[in-house]
Ligand binder design. Sequence first.
Ligand code: ASP
Length: 323
Amino acid sequence: MKRILLLHTGGTISMSTDQRTGAVKPSDEHPLHQYSHLFEENLEINEEDIFQLPSPHVTPHDMLSLQKRLMQAAEENIYDGAVITHGTDTLEETAYFLDLTLDSPFPVVLTGAMRPIDELGSDGVRNLQNAIWTSLSPDARDKGVLVVLNEEIHTARYVTKTHTTNVATFRTPTFGPIGIVSKHEVRFFQKLIFNETYPIKKADKNVCMLKSYAGMDSTLFDALLSTDLDGLVIEALGAGNLPPAALPGLKKILEKNIPVVITSRAFNGIAQDIYAYTGGGKHLKELGVIFAPGLSGPKARIKLLILLEQAFDNKQIDLIFKK
Ligand code: ASP
């Protein structure tokens, strides 16, 4: 008999529709409770509602409580896999937080739904079934935390939500999914070339994120200077460039020794120091920014938050982001 831990955290997968107004809202009883016995013979599912939040309400503290429950499960040494249901809006951030902080002996898979349980073509039960199958697959081990929706398996590190409503919303730009689930077959065809995990006890650092735009100046950087800022992530333009008018504000933040991590606002490709003009990547690098090749802004923010909890200095953080 196999055993999995199924942790519910909220999101559309736990919601239903008010037939009168059409509004989607949390149900009193988690609707998936009545389905979990259907998924597999010879499978024991230990189900817990760890929290019940729409995912825009999820904070790094909630991610940490989830991580602690999974660490405890690893110590219990009775599980073959863990599945977490989560709202899709911030699912990628929770998944990456867990990826960076869990050294789990069993596969950990996150899933969610774009349509509530009572909507025509609802995807929640199917996604949950595929996530359970994936968590039980021996091939899912040592691939980091996984995200399974719409019959695709993605790595927590690179997956992102790309559509507001479509069920095919989770994509991995540039690199693609690492596997598929179809007709009860879980098949992997790629794997990550390295894994990294860090111990974590707190998630208290204040890491903000800015998206760059044509004509960006120093206003937002100056505003951040009056806050308790521990780190900053910028989704820069193209390969990793900023408008010249943003530089005075950026420099003031760097002078305070606050780590500034550069990603790209472009959907595909990686951020790199290529251009030597004012505000170009090479110039930003000389000023002291850290490039995060391959990571999106929200993922780089989660990583910086975790690295800052390790008390690494900016040089060490730079080396780690280079990996
Ligand atoms: N707004 C919802 C949430 O993230 C969307 C979803 O779950 O699909 O909680």
